[in-house]
Write a protein that binds this ligand. Structure first.
Ligand code: FAD
Length: 445
């Protein structure tokens, strides 16, 4: 893979936005600094936005260096392998309908493992399955009036779904932006269906449970779910950035290389090395980007914690997402049913996410008690095997949310990432591609 462990060979495992670096006094560091080989562009951050940007710049013939603070590529898309388990750093999925995924990834190479269509809603009266009846008619029995919602609600749902399926994204992007709650009310979807389906399910997508996220983003998400399939790469989400990084020329990415500041000539790393480049793209996540680019406007963020439990046997022999309509947890899934590689033979791995990233030690037991109810089994013997609080998981996309923002910050200085587009793999990749396009256009002019 085209990655170097560089500088101090640092092996940080932090996922926080701002990498920990030794204290630096600007002038002293400058005096000590050694200049590394000049390049046409430096990309700060090897999340999917930075990697896509680098990929397009390299394809255009530029000499590019990607400087990454942590010990691996991927940013928020990372998978830890421990004791025979695979733990994605926060539960996430990829969707086969994301245009950027289709355009640049070798989907076959990712060995995508699909979830079963739809979701299982765990209600106080038992489980209800919500699935698209046009794709899987036999899974859609619960869409009969009186189960998931009234005839009127279901008619509203059908209208909304048909419209989102057929409306091109460019029109969705131009539509008036409101909260998702308002958009659902305007689509004549009643409170009961909102509370049983939309609010609990979308809480896990937006990482907020008031439906205050941009309706434009909601319509794009709904459309992508209708058109694509939710999947996990067989070996974990990290396969996506790993595959992108592997397309870059050997030596392009330097790991363990936190950038401390942008200089007139390029960038200065926390270890006192300067890399000169006429163009710098900051692809570092919102808080870190704001620290490197004073004056940059970044949105607040949403946080989440994912708990992993090992069970002696699978509590549900289906690769499907369970959604708690009481919203005590966002969602839960037996990930080893999606891809058996996630757990060692004879164990099952259950991934459960809850809102927020600052829970006390009692939270895990609380979550396990909820899981007993949702899976209808005794979870007393389940072993808590990992816990991932992710403070900066997604940008808060409150309306009006533009869906795609320009990446030019100052002459020769660009910024990209999901916070400049949408909080998704698609959004991050599209923003990285946009930064490359704008940088190349500026070079030509
Ligand atoms: C728990 C969770 C669940 C999610 N679920 C989904 C989902 O189901 N579907 C979906 O599409 N998306 C999902 N997402 C969103 C998606 O993962 C992100 O939108 C995307 O990965 C963001 O990529 P990025 O490149 O913009 O930023 P990041 O991934 O944050 O990358 C930024 C990189 O910059 C590096 N960096 C920071 N500061 C510096 C510095 N000073 N110098 C050098 N490097 C630096 C960081 O170490 C990092 O590698 C989820 C995210 C999380 C966290």
């Amino acid at each position: 893979m085209a990655v170097l462990l560089d500088e101090l060979g640092a092996r940080s495992t932090e996922v926080s936005a701002r990498p920990r670096a030794p204290p630096v006094a600007g002038r002293r560091v400058r005096e000590m600094s050694a200049r590394t080989g000049d390049v046409d562009a430096v990309v700060v951050g090897a999340g999917v936005a930075g990697l896509v940007c680098a990929q397009d710049l390299v394809a255009a013939g530029l000499r590019v260096r990607v400087l990454e603070a942590s010990d691996r590529v991927g940013g928020r898309m990372r998978t830890d392998v421990r004791d025979g388990f695979r733990f994605d750093r926060g539960f996430q999925v990829v969707n086969t309908s994301y245009p950027q995924m289709k355009r640049r990834m070798d989907l076959r190479g990712l060995r995508l493992r699909p979830f079963s269509p739809g979701v299982l809603l765990c209600t106080p009266h038992g489980r209800l399955r919500f699935a698209d009846p046009t794709r899987t008619p036999k899974l859609a029995a619960d869409l009969r009036p009186g189960r998931l919602g009234s005839l009127r609600d279901l008619a509203g749902l059908a209208m909304l779904t048909g419209r989102d399926l057929l409306t091109p994204p460019r029109l969705i992007k131009r539509a008036e932006d409101r909260t998702t709650r308002t958009a659902l009310a305007d689509a004549a979807i009643g409170e009961a269906l909102v509370e049983t389906l939309f609010r609990p399910f979308l809480s896990g997508v937006f990482l907020e449970d008031e439906l205050e996220t941009s309706s434009r983003f909601f319509h794009l998400v709904w459309r992508s779910m209708l058109r694509g399939t939710l999947c996990l790469p067989a070996d974990g989400v990290a396969e996506v950035p790993e595959q992108l990084a592997a397309t870059l020329p050997e030596g392009t990415v330097s790991l363990g290389t936190p950038v401390e500041q942008l200089t007139d000539e390029g960038v200065l790393t926390a270890y006192g090395r300067e890399t000169a480049a006429p163009a710098v793209v900051v692809a570092a996540g919102p808080a870190a980007a704001a620290a490197l680019l004073p004056g940059l406007d970044v949105p607040p963020v949403r946080s989440v914690t994912t708990y992993y439990h090992a069970a002696p046997e699978t509590p549900l022999d289906e690769p499907t997402l369970l959604v708690d309509t009481a919203r005590r947890v966002l969602n839960t899934v037996v990930v080893s049913e999606v891809s058996p590689v996630y757990a060692p033979r004879g164990r099952a791995l259950v991934s459960t996410s809850v809102l927020g990233a600052d829970h006390g030690p009692g939270k895990e037991a609380e979550v396990r008690a909820v899981l007993a109810e949702l899976y209808g089994t005794d979870t007393g013997g389940w072993e808590p095997v990992a816990e991932y609080p992710v403070a900066e998981a997604l940008p808060a996309m409150t309306p009006p949310w533009p869906l795609s923002r320009g990446t030019r910050h100052a002459p020769g200085r660009y910024v990209c990432g999901d916070h400049r587009a949408t909080g998704s793999v698609q959004g991050a990749m599209a923003s990285g591609a946009r930064a490359a396009r704008e940088l190349l256009a500026d070079r030509r002019s």
